[in-house]
Design a protein around this ligand. Sequence first.
Ligand code: KG4
Ligand code: ZN
Length: 338
Amino acid sequence: MSSSIILGIESSCDDTSAAVIQDNKILSNIAANQQIHNEYGGVVPELASRAHQQNIIPVVEKAFSKANIQQNEICAIGFTRGPGLLGSLLVGTSFAKSLAMSLDVPLIEVNHLQAHILAHFIEDANPTPPTFPFLCLTVSGGHTMIVLVKDYFDMEIIGKTIDDAAGEAFDKIGKIFDLDYPAGPIVDRLAKDGNPDAFQFNKPKMEAYDYSFSGIKTSVLYFIQKEVRKDPDFIKDNLNDLCASVQKSIIEILMDKLEKAAKELNINDIAIAGGVSANSGLRQYMEANRKKLGWNIFIPKFEYTTDNAAMIAMVAKLKYERGEFTDIRTTATAKYDL
Ligand code: KG4
Ligand code: ZN
């Protein structure tokens, strides 16, 4: 197979990102994160699409210059078609279509969730990629699911959350602690200096491999309301322990089902993906238990965990090899099954 250079574009939520991939090697992976949402405590869709509009040209230009590639050297453009915020997706989709037309190269649509999982096949993501079939715990701000990955494009969701996603739980509980959005990385940082056994929170009892995170959020809220009535400084005085305890509970909920699935399906190659896979507690738990569980674990490099265009470029490259191109009349889609 001759060498292929592909541009990937990601704009599904609040990160505008562009990456250049050559074969399986990422030459550049640029992201502009939108700080504007922090003061609102969550992503404001209208503001997100406006910021994408401002960021997309400089981000793509930077991706080309960092990769030391001229526009006319690329042989295809991959873009996130969904799932995500429609106004955000429209910016990346329209941009990708226009550039593909002007450069006269094929357009390749990418499913954002598949991309989180297939990021494991980027050359420097792992010393060796996982072997099929493997399980991938896909945990982000919008999704939490255990995926049975039978082949690159043959994936089955065997368990998922019935309410909040794990990242959403981190963010919403962080908000109760008065932390900025997104709270996940802040909880992670504060948890490092806290006692994970200081507080106990209710765990859900769910069927099969499904998850629920709204219960722990409510349990934390009621607990905090009760304690703050007695001592207004309760959160401030216990912030590290609170974060460590919440993080431990969320990790235990995630890992219980993943361990159950791995055992029952007799699968030893276990991967994690998505924004929450950046969590240091989750990473440590996987590392610490790999021997006991007999797992080969696949933890993405930090830059391939939260939303990024490298993973989009990776999927585009796999589809390019298969000749799977997208009609220029395609439209972005907010909902997009695996
Ligand atoms: O995959 P992602 O960047 O965007 C979505 O597709 O949702 O995931 C973002 C989510 C947010 O909820 C954020 O709080 C969470 O990932 N997150 C973390 C960490 N870094 C990002 N959660 C816990 N610990 C982290 N270190
Ligand atoms: Zn994502």
